[in-house]
Design a protein around this ligand. Structure first.
Ligand code: F6R
Length: 559
């Protein structure tokens, strides 16, 4: 993960730091900037978010980094940029797998990245040294190397890197979102490419030193950096973005638009849905709705799938779900099946590695998601699956749309429930698609409020975990499936008779009267929105920042 920025032009340090702020979703445990001043490289670093570092400089060259620690604890010494002499300062995103073999001497930091600075010092100056260094590195890496001369070099292998230039200014970044307000065009680096930049522009080379001509891409409108507006957090704002995103999906996902994928699903022996975390939950939801439509399907956690012994046939259809389209485990899972069967991606980032590596790419259309915890992207993923399943069924989509009034009500209810919730443990229960919501709710609660929330299928209670239910245990039950209302009620009663404090989120409130707190919702998607709102209110009550939870990053580009 980690975010890297390089800037050539006036006020390079403040401009680089400004852009780095947009990359904090990639990691935010420490920050650093390297720049050239009076012919010398200077490096400033701090532990914490970008705002922890305040540097004043007139420099016209800077490389900057926001870190998500992989090798070495969070401390200033391990923050980037790294140097190993006077000639180079490097920032790195990714993992150098062979760093211990490459080290040329004792390192100051505990990172895998410092070895890049060591190699560059060893090889000398200029493009030749950068290429020699790039050829030695193994693993995933996007590197920006600032040379004392003022040139900035870039190296890319498996970690994202982009560059844009305009009127003698150059910006390198891990995400094109940094080009908003700078230029409408940019270049994507492919694997095994490097570049050299100064005020005259950027030149691209292969790792074997051949010059490469590249075509610029246009910045997509949906990736213009979004702001919080009237909301205090991005997570809150993004939950309120769901209705608009749903309208975009409805207007785009017309029968003609989905005909190829629907035909692929119809003709596949089996459809496999593959993703991580919240995206995996969307895969579980897909299985619920596609099985109903008569499709044989399975959901896999990408990190498990890539090392599993399951083998697709050429008639299996693999659908990869990923908000970022950059998740290393999901890309690893794709590598396993690429060339064997047809692959589809459902992703929110049209320029991502996943989008370009599959046979068919479906857009999630959620718009930019900045909060680390995914909310609107998940809502859009399940909305898209619901539409696809309805086309397969020749029926109307089942899922209703959210609206602002409905969300206001859900937040009021979430606040009410959270007011009396003060435990560090929560059981979240549901069955079938409601179990998927329970999983998603538990994940969100853990992520943003650090409460140990765990989800179980309600029917599993008596097979073990009921042993944990005692006086005052907090239990949250999702029950929106009419066929299973009664079964959910049994589960609620079994917990209540052992002293648990029950909250039921249901479309059938009368049925649950008397078992505890009842939250009436008008649809399945409202119950999902309640799960998000509940997690957000828990974080707020505990004074945690839900947008940047500890130890997490939005884009998990390492295995
Ligand atoms: C949880 C969350 C993560 C991501 C997971 C996969 O709120 O956001 O669990 O869903 O890291 O990320 P993508 O969807 O980008 O592949």
């Amino acid at each position: 993960m980690c975010g890297i920025v390089g800037f050539i032009g006036k006020n390079a340090v403040s401009n680089a730091m400004e852009k780095l702020r947009l990359l904090q979703y990639r990691g935010y445990d420490s920050v650093g900037v390297g720049f050239v001043e009076d012919g010398e490289i200077r490096i400033e670093k701090a532990v914490g978010k970008v705002d922890e570092l305040s540097v004043k400089s007139e420099s016209v060259r800077a490389v900057a980094h926001t870190r998500w620690a992989t090798h070495g604890k969070v401390c200033t010494r391990n923050a980037h940029p790294h140097a190993s002499g006077e000639n180079w300062a490097i920032v790195h995103n990714g993992i150098i797998e062979n760093y211990s073999e490459l080290a040329t001497g004792k390192t100051v930091s505990d990172t895998d990245s410092e070895v890049i600075a060591q190699l560059l010092e060893k090889y000398g100056n200029g493009l030749g040294s950068v290429i020699a260094c790039a050829q030695k590195l193994e693993g995933a890496f996007a590197v920006l190397a600032l040379e004392k001369s003022g040139k900035i070099y870039a190296i890319k292998q498996k970690s994202p890197l982009f560059v844009s230039e305009k009127n003698g200014e150059v910006v390198f970044a891990s995400d094109p979102v940094c080009f908003c307000g700078f230029s409408d065009t940019y270049y994507s680096f492919c694997d095994k490419e490097c570049a050299v930049a100064d005020e005259n522009g950027v030149e691209f080379y292969s790792f074997s030193g051949e010059r490469i001509a590249k075509t610029p891409q246009t910045l997509a409108v949906e990736y213009r950096a979004s702001e919080k507006g009237d909301f205090d957090t991005f997570m809150h704002k993004e939950i309120y973005d769901i209705p608009l995103a749903q309208s975009r999906i409805e207007q785009t996902y017309l029968p003609a638009f989905v005909s190829e994928v629907v035909s692929d699903i119809r003709h596949a022996d089996e459809v496999w849905f593959i993703g991580c975390g919240t995206a995996y939950h969307a895969c579980l939801f897909a299985v619920c709705v596609f099985e109903k439509a008569g499709v044989r399907c399975r959901a896999f956690i990408a990190s498990e799938f890539r090392y599993s012994d399951v083998v697709p046939t050429k008639n299996t259809l693999c659908v990869f779900v990923s908000q970022s389209g950059e998740t290393a485990d999901t890309l690893g899972a794709l590598e396993k099946v690429a060339g064997v069967c047809k692959t589809v991606a459902l992703t929110n980032v049209g320029y991502s590695a996943l989008a370009s590596a599959v046979n068919v790419c479906l857009p999630t259309l959620a718009g930019e998601e900045r909060a680390v915890a995914s909310t609107k992207a998940y809502a859009c993923q399940i909305f898209v699956f619901d539409i696809l399943a309805s086309v397969l069924n020749n029926a109307e989509p089942v899922m209703q749309k959210l609206d602002k009034n409905g969300l206001d009500y859900i937040f009021e209810e979430a606040k009410r429930v959270v007011k009396s919730f003060d435990k560090n443990e929560l059981f979240v229960l549901g069955r079938k698609a409601d179990y998927v919501t329970a999983l998603e709710c538990a994940l969100k609660v853990k992520e943003v409020s650090y409460v140990n929330a765990n989800a179980y299928p309600t029917g599993e209670l008596k097979h073990g975990f009921i042993a944990l239910i005692e006086e005052g245990t907090e239990v949250l039950i999702f029950a929106t499936d009419p066929i299973l209302y009664k079964k959910s009620l049994h589960g609620a009663r079994e917990c209540k008779s052992r002293g648990a404090k029950i909250t039921v989120v249901t479309t059938e409130p009368e049925m649950f009267e008397g078992v505890g707190n009842v939250v009436k919702v008008s649809s399945y998607l409202c119950s999902v929105a309640f799960a998000f709102a509940f997690a957000l209110e828990c974080a707020k009550k505990r004074n945690f920042d839900p947008d940047m939870p500890r130890n997490l990053a939005k884009s998990v580009t390492v295995e």
